[in-house]
Design a protein around this ligand. Sequence first.
Ligand code: ADP
Ligand code: RBF
Ligand code: MG
Length: 379
Amino acid sequence: MSMSNSLKKLSSCVLLDLDGTLINTDGVVGDILRKYLCKYGKQWDGRETLKIVGKTPLEAATTIVEDYGLPCGVDEFNSEFYPLFSAQMDKIKSLPGASRLIRHLKCHGVPMALASNSSRANIESKIAHHKGWKECFSVIVGRDEVSKGKPAPDIFLEAAKRLNKDPADCLVIEDSVPGVMAGKAAGTKVIAVPSLPKQTHLYTSADEVINSLLDIRPEEWGLPPFQDWIENTLPIDPWHIGGPVIKGFGRGSKVLGIPTANLSTKDYASELVEHPSGVYFGWAGLPTRGVYKMVMSIGWNPFFDNKEKTIEPWLLHDFTEDFYGEELRLIIVGYIRPEANFTSLESLVAKIHEDREVAERALDLPLYSKFKGDTYLTE
Ligand code: ADP
Ligand code: RBF
Ligand code: MG
């Protein structure tokens, strides 16, 4: 990278969006709308999420009332929706990497602001459920504290002003298109973390588009680097999944020397939604055979442009036969990289072999090898 290039990116503070960026508000909103729309004989299928991401609550409500042709007005909808939403606020989970990011920045004294299209009161209630978060933000700006919401720049301009920073020194992190537009209009650098899959093309005005908060490299923006990467891997809270091995896409991955033992996606739908797509690794147990090192991809396999998010575990062992139908247990302990697209099958295969080497080496580290003996893998 040239000097001018790296200087251009320097930031001294971070302005964070809340809903969809740090917390998974859409999950809870979707659950409420599914039940609520039943009342009017309508079915919420989540497709409208695309239309409401990044909108102010009032705009989102208007969209829903219009799109579903609800017989109530927007005010009535809001007066019914908000009590339901408030009652569920404690169920809104933080997104993967969110706590890690804000703790890291706080720990290194990087000033942070929360800048959201929600009202100030609404923001405060939401973050109250996440221990230690409120103290991390020296500034909070809500939609009701400025004259225009995102995509107008006002919220970010106000946040920069209250931090005593020039917007050009601020790094915005946003999941929505209106949020990215607001950041650019305010003159900040913007990292987009799209909350909807396969929508990268909508975010061209962002300075960088990443897949999840796990992929942020603060040093690229002049901020202190994360110190928790170990031998090209990021330890994660282990997750456990298992089930019978089913037929996959039958693309002949085996011919490529990379057979992947697929699990039914229905049985672990919530895990699939919760975990960002990417390349992970851990331990695989086949109760009648043994425990093996494992490297896997989770996602849409951009090279093949799959329509469904799948988990593709490659057991790092030479088997003499297939094991379709057998119970497979996985403990996933670390993250390697986001899924990527490739210009050739050869380059995809080469990258997967690189992943295998990274995983094989890392799994010998005590922090990962300690899970090898977990009875979940064998019982
Ligand atoms: P599919 O599309 O059905 O998943 P693959 O070509 O990916 O077909 O082959 C996967 C199958 O190969 C697994 O279900 C398993 O029975 C078998 N297999 C053999 N060796 C391995 C291995 N090392 N890792 C994963 N699966 C393996
Ligand atoms: N598919 C992609 O399209 N992009 C990837 O970056 C990618 N990474 C993978 C990493 C590993 C460790 C494994 C096992 C698979 C990966 N795949 C990826 C999925 C791959 O396309 C799929 O398993 C094919 O069926 C392999 O031939
Ligand atoms: Mg497979």
